[in-house]
Design a protein around this ligand. Structure first.
Ligand SMILES: [Zn+2]
Length: 341
């Protein structure tokens, strides 16, 4: 099958994405349009000049370079309507890409860092945008809040405090992201405990830039329900066994792993081996706009670079549905599983 045919087929294929950051889902075009409509400082309004500042395309792979792409926009949001606009657009674009169920994570600290509005205003606004977009398009979206290792424990605690004060059923999951090399997850241990006690699903970025020991720590010490990336588990039989026994899903994002320099090429990605070993895995985008990818592109790569067939892709989606943070899993299964019968 030629690439165009395969792309069209994969675009139509119903897909689940459990690991996608809103911060990394805003295309250069959306940034320019948002700035023109609502204000917000951009280094340039020239699309071709803006692209390399926020996309890793053609950059040499590396973790620091990847993380640096987020810096530019930390102070971008000067009015709350611009946050609403980018969140609505991100959900719309996911739906247009054939994503039927999306867990969209974001850091309220990131969007409020300009100081013009509070984290709770950000959460309410993004919830409104998600509701507006999902009533208009064929997609179900579950929000997850991200705390970042890089912002420190105090800010993370503030964010968790906000979630705890919200009416039940507003936020369903907590994620910890940020620089795994420079900042350990250990200082956040009490927060993970509190999150679990509040009934939140817990996903921890681990075993991406660092080794399998971090995955073990996330599972054994912090009781993660899912692991963001976690692909270094493949280096340690006992960690893979642990993931199988405890039924912990790895949220795998191949293009992201390539651009952060974790794998030398998609062809060498360990997702197939992890699957064959019985480790629960799902296929996701991470930061589609920054990585200039879509979930459709990830599926195309899985087929053309990694030899996945349609049945493998069905299995991945069925497995993903088993590990969602959506509050009523049975209801969700009734709504979605027919896609992969
Ligand atoms: Zn991530």
């Amino acid at each position: 099958m030629n690439r165009e045919k395969l792309f069209n087929k994969m675009k139509k294929f119903p897909k689940v994405d459990l690991h996608r950051h809103l911060e990394g889902s805003i295309s250069p075009q959306t940034f320019i349009k948002t700035a023109e409509k609502y204000g917000g400082k951009l280094p340039t309004h020239d699309l071709e000049k803006l692209k390399p500042l926020i996309q890793v395309q053609n950059d040499p792979p590396g973790f620091e370079n990847f993380l640096s792409k987020f810096d530019l926009f930390r102070g971008f949001y000067s009015v709350i309507n611009s946050v609403e606009n980018i969140a609505f657009t991100a959900v719309k674009e996911a739906a247009e890409d054939g994503v039927k169920y999306l867990e969209l994570r974001y850091s309220p600290t990131h969007f409020s860092s300009n100081g013009r509005f509070s984290e709770s205003e950000v959460i309410e606004c993004i919830q409104g945008a998600i509701d507006r977009a999902s009533s208009r398009f064929d997609i179900i979206v579950t929000p997850i809040l991200t705390i970042s290792r890089d912002y420190g424990v105090d800010l993370a605690e503030q964010t968790l405090g906000l979630i705890e004060k919200m009416p039940k059923g507003f936020v369903y999951g907590l994620d910890i992201a940020g620089d795994e090399v420079k900042n350990s997850a250990k200082p956040f241990a009490d927060l993970f405990d509190r999150a679990k006690k509040s009934g939140l699903g817990l996903t921890i970025h681990a075993g991406e830039a660092c080794g399998a020991a971090n995955v073990r720590e996330a599972v054994v010490d912090f009781h993660a329900d899912r692991i963001g990336h976690g692909i270094s588990s493949v280096e340690d039989e006992s960690v893979m066994k642990l993931l199988c026994e405890k039924n912990i899903m790895l949220e795998v994002c191949p293009t992201s792993n390539f651009y952060t320099g974790v794998v030398p090429s998609i062809k060498n990605h360990p997702i197939k081996k992890l699957m064959e070993t019985g480790v629960p895995v799902s296929l996701n985008t991470d930061d589609p706009a920054i990585l200039a990818t879509t979930l459709t592109d990830e599926y195309v790569a899985a087929v053309s670079e990694l030899g996945f067939d349609e049945n493998d892709l069905k299995v991945l989606n069925q497995a993903a549905i088993e590990h969602v943070f959506y509050p009523d899993k049975e209801k969700l299964k009734n709504m979605l599983l027919h896609y992969w019968d």
